[in-house]
Ligand binder design. Structure first.
Ligand code: F6P
Length: 323
C-alpha cells in the first residue's frame, strides 16, 4: 500500500485536525503518501484533493473544526455520484480511504467498499458520542466541556436572580452530551431523546425544589428530546408555575467549536495512527474505536447497525444528586 486518502465528513468535531495529522504522520513513518480530500464526499466527487505532507499538518493539533473542511453531499447518495468519486480516487492513485465522521459518513464508506471493492477504515468523529462500538468519539469531550463552561456562567445569573433556566444542548437523536454535562453541571433535570419526558414528573420535581426553597434550577434539554425543546418546556412550566422566573438558552454551534481538549487530541492521535497501521495489515471495513482504554477494531457494518445505549444509572444519578 503506497497511497491512501483521508477525509472528514458530517458535522465538524474538535479533534478532527489532530486525527488528520496522526494519519499523515503515521503514513509518512511507513513511507506512504496521503491524499487529503476536501469537503468530504462532495470534494471526492469534484476531485478536490491534495497531497498532504508531514509539514502540511503542522500547527493544527490544537485547532477546532477541520482544515479539510466538511460537507453534506446529496450527490454521493446516488450510485452515479459514488462512481465518479471512486474514479477520482483511482485517478489520484489512492488505494484505501480513511473516513473521519459519524454514522452517515460510515455508511458512505461502506457503499464504496461494497460497490467498488475500495478498502475503507472509519474513525469515530462526532460530538454526539452516539456510535456503537466505541466508548468515546472524537469531539465529544470538548463539546461536553464547552457546555459545562457555558452553564457554569448561566448558573451565576440563575442564582443571583432566583431563576429557572432551560438550557438546550446539541443531540438531535442522542442524549449523551446532555446527560454527561448535566451531571457535571449539577443540573436539576436532564431531558433526552432516549427517555420519554413526562411533564407531570418534571413539574413535581420543580414543585419539590420550590418547597425546599431551592433558589435556582438548571434543566438541560437535548435538542431532540420528545418534549419539543427548551422553549416549549419553558412555556408549559410558566403556565403551571407563573411565579417562576423562567429563561431559555440555546447553546447551539458554540458547543462544536474551539480548541480540542487534551483528551480529544490524544484519542484522535491514537485512532488516526491505528487506522493507518490497520490499513497496512490489509484489513478493511472496520471502525477504529476505543474500548477499555485501548484502541480496537469493530466491523463498520456493526457500528452503523446498532445504536449505542445510554447509561441509565447516570440518569438516576442526576436526580439523586439534585434532591
Ligand atoms: O451530529 C452532530 C450535530 O452537532 C448534532 O448534535 C446536531 O443536531 C447537528 O450536528 C447539527 O447539524 P448542523 O450543523 O448541520 O446544523
Amino acid at each position: 500500500m503506497n497511497k491512501i486518502a483521508v477525509l472528514t465528513s458530517g458535522g465538524d468535531a474538535p479533534g478532527m485536525n489532530a486525527c488528520v495529522r496522526a494519519v499523515v504522520r503515521t503514513a509518512n513513518h511507513f513511507k506512504m503518501e496521503v491524499v487529503g480530500v476536501r469537503r468530504g464526499y462532495q470534494g471526492m466527487i469534484e476531485n478536490d484533493m491534495t497531497i498532504l505532507s508531514p509539514n502540511d499538518v503542522s500547527n493544527i493539533i490544537h485547532r477546532g473544526g477541520t482544515v479539510l473542511k466538511t460537507a453534506r453531499s446529496p450527490e454521493f447518495m446516488k450510485r452515479e455520484g459514488r462512481e465518479r468519486a471512486y474514479h477520482n480516487l483511482l485517478d489520484n492513485g489512492v488505494e484505501a480511504l480513511v473516513v473521519i465522521g459519524g454514522d452517515g459518513s460510515f455508511k458512505g464508506a461502506l457503499a464504496l467498499q461494497d460497490e467498488f471493492g475500495l478498502p475503507v477504515i472509519g474513525i469515530p468523529g462526532t460530538i454526539d458520542n452516539d456510535l456503537y462500538g466505541t466508548e468515546a468519539t472524537i469531539g465529544y469531550d470538548t463539546a461536553v466541556n464547552n457546555v459545562v463552561t457555558a452553564v457554569d456562567k448561566i448558573r451565576d445569573t440563575a442564582d443571583s436572580h432566583n431563576r429557572l433556566f432551560f438550557v438546550e444542548v446539541m443531540g438531535r437523536d442522542a442524549g449523551f452530551i446532555a446527560l454527561r454535562s448535566g451531571i457535571a453541571c449539577g443540573a436539576e433535570a436532564v431531558l433526552i431523546p432516549e427517555t420519554e419526558t413526562y411533564d407531570n414528573v418534571l413539574m413535581d420535581r420543580l414543585q419539590n425544589g420550590w418547597n425546599r426553597e431551592k433558589s435556582s434550577a438548571i434543566i438541560i434539554v437535548a435538542e431532540g428530546d420528545d418534549s419539543g425543546g427548551a422553549h416549549k418546556l419553558a412555556e408549559k412550566v410558566k403556565q403551571r408555575f407563573p411565579h417562576f422566573d423562567t429563561k431559555v438558552t440555546i447553546l447551539g454551534h458554540i458547543q462544536r467549536g474551539g480548541s480540542p481538549s487534551a483528551y480529544d487530541r490524544v484519542l484522535a492521535s491514537e485512532l488516526g495512527s491505528w487506522a493507518v497501521r490497520t490499513i497496512r495489515r490489509g484489513t478493511t471495513g472496520v471502525m477504529i474505536g476505543r474500548s477499555g482504554g485501548k484502541a480496537m477494531e469493530i466491523p463498520l457494518s456493526k457500528a452503523v447497525k446498532h445504536n449505542r445505549s445510554i447509561n441509565r444509572s447516570l440518569e438516576e444519578l442526576v436526580y439523586w444528586l439534585s434532591e
